[in-house]
Ligand binder design. Structure first.
Ligand code: KIV
Ligand code: ZN
Length: 524
């Protein structure tokens, strides 16, 4: 049986706190997903914002131009005609278009969130599925019963029957809050299939709140689910969604054990593309992959203990169940350095999946040269960090001009920071240089406080939620990548930023500025 991989990195993945994909970023990821072989790309939720509508349209246009092969483009909509209209408009240029309409079916959601009765819910399903079908704007309709696994089973069956009768060809059974277990999920799915007749395709969408998203998705495939919804690196709301790379590699490595009615389960993913795709998504989302993450984590193929190292050297299979080459690891060994030209740099960045315009290449190449002067060779990871920092700085109001730090074990740290501030309403105007000094608990804290004063983010308006710095590669000349997450204390919205430099304080200030610029833009 062929499993269809429905990738929702651009929709549910974007619901990860602090993650926002712009149009270009969605396009870059969509092209990479198509190259990786996903069957469906859920490009977004067009009614959620004009920006997302534009992004879904851009992905659909890429599909219309043939850049995404036969991959279906899907758009999410609530059971509201205006949402369905927005989805229809946004996917219209795509080669193959899917409407994904959803409504919650559990009593807890109906009573507290939607405040409607079960009958009203069924009526919305009937009317909106029919509306979507009659519009004639979609090749297929998928219905999702949100919080299906906590819904009354008889009502879930009625909801699904109604959607199928009105033209939904795919029925998605989401475990919205990551609550079910593999055995319980199988029972729900088998009984549902038995109760609702028709040739509908069964899909599942599992969240990872209890760490069971992958296991639940595979259990579903074993009992006939033909579509699995997932995200790259397991991005998504709260604890995230089922991770695409885990599902695909489990199907491949354990094809002897994970079967449906004795049949092998296959999918169309080109596993050699997985690592590159994972790294692009980590870079564009700003969410790094945890080192011990299954399949794509930095340590997934690292053997630390002597016994393990000995075993792997004697026979790889002693401790490795996957071949790193199958995941595209070590596929590229090109390193760039001080003498590399603009052309080689631009080529490599494009191969890694980023589409930068001339100004983007100019800016990142200048940073590359600056860093290559201090560091002999730059790897792909260094390039990703440089491009990530550039993308975070786009359309920002503030840029680092100069900084001076005074710190020591007997004095309070003090920072003097100068930022160039552009006038957002008049980009042609010469930026103004603003300088502020501030004390802090250490050099980084002092520098952030000085930035807050300049950007009007002082007085508790923003709070630092997390700050971390890692070496991108090894060695004392390693590039330091700082990552910062801040919250707007009034709205609770989070903003992230990245900065890279061989100087960790400079990397930290740049990362903080990346986040502050997003906060400032949102305020504006
Ligand atoms: O988790 C969920 O229920 C969803 C639906 C919109 C499918 O994301
Ligand atoms: Zn979800």
């Amino acid at each position: 049986m062929r499993i269809h991989i429905y990738d929702t990195t651009l929709r549910d993945g974007e619901q990860t706190p602090g993650v926002h994909f712009g149009v270009t970023q969605k396009l870059d990821i969509a092209r990479r997903l198509a190259k990786t072989g996903v069957d469906v790309i859920e490009a977004g939720f067009p009614a959620s914002s004009p920006g997302d509508r534009e992004a879904v349209r851009a992905v659909s246009e890429a599909s219309g131009r043939g850049e995404l092969g036969d991959t279906v483009v899907s758009a999410l909509a609530r059971m509201i005609p205006a949402d369905i209209d927005a989805a229809a408009d946004a996917v219209s240029p795509a080669k193959r278009k899917r409407l994904h309409i959803f409504i919650a079916t559990s009593d807890i959601h109906l009573e507290n969130k939607l405040r409607i009765t079960r009958d009203e819910c069924l009526e919305r399903i009937r009317a909106c599925t029919a509306y979507g079908r009659e519009l004639g704007a979609f090749d297929e309709i998928e219905f999702s019963a949100e919080d299906a696994t906590r819904s009354d089973f008889d009502f879930l069956c009625e909801a699904v029957r109604t959607a199928v009768e009105e033209g939904a060809g795919i029925v998605n059974v989401p475990d919205t809050v990551g609550y079910t277990t593999p055995a319980e999920f199988q029972e729900i799915l088998i009984r549902l299939r038995g109760r609702v007749p028709g040739g509908w395709r069964m899909s599942v969408h599992c969240h990872n709140d209890l760490g069971m998203a992958t296991a639940n998705s595979l259990a579903a495939a074993e009992c006939g689910a033909e579509q699995i919804e997932c995200t790259v690196n397991g991005l998504g709301e709260r604890a995230g969604n089922a991770a695409m790379e885990e599902i695909v590699m489990a199907l491949k490595v354990r094809r002897d054990a994970i079967r449906c009615d004795g049949d092998e389960l296959t999918c169309g993913i080109v596993t050699r593309e997985i690592t590159e795709t994972s790294r692009l998504v980590a870079s564009l989302s700003g969410v790094p992959v945890q080192p011990n993450k299954a399949v794509v984590g930095q340590n997934a193929f690292a053997h630390a203990s002597g016994i393990h190292q000995h075993g792997v050297m004697a026979a790889r299979g002693t401790y490795e169940i996957m071949n790193p080459e199958d995941l595209g690891l070590n596929a590229n060994t090109i390193v760039l350095g001080k003498l590399s030209g603009r052309h080689a740099f631009a080529d490599r960045v494009a191969q890694m999946g980023y589409s930068l315009d001339t100004a983007g290449i100019d800016a990142t190449f200048a940073r590359f040269k600056e860093i290559a002067d201090k560091k002999s060779v730059l790897t792909d990871d260094d390039l990703r960090a440089i491009v990530g920092e550039y993308l975070d700085s786009l359309e920002g109001k503030y840029y680092l001009d100069t900084f001076q730090i005074q710190s020591g074990n007997h004095i309070r740290a003090m920072a003097l920071v100068s930022l160039s501030a552009k006038d957002p309403s008049d980009p042609a105007k010469e930026p103004e240089v603003i300088t502020e000094a501030a004390p802090g608990e250490g050099p980084v804290d002092a520098a952030f406080n000085a930035v807050n004063r300049i950007a009007g983010a002082d007085g508790g308006r923003v709070e630092l939620v997390s700050y971390g710095i890692t070496a991108v590669t090894e060695g004392t000349d390693a590039l330091g990548e700082a990552r910062v997450k801040i919250t707007d204390t009034a709205s609770g919205t989070t903003y992230t930023g990245r900065g890279v430099s061989t100087d960790v304080i400079k990397a930290s200030i740049k990362a903080y500025l990346g986040a502050i610029n997003k906060w400032e833009r949102m305020k504006r």
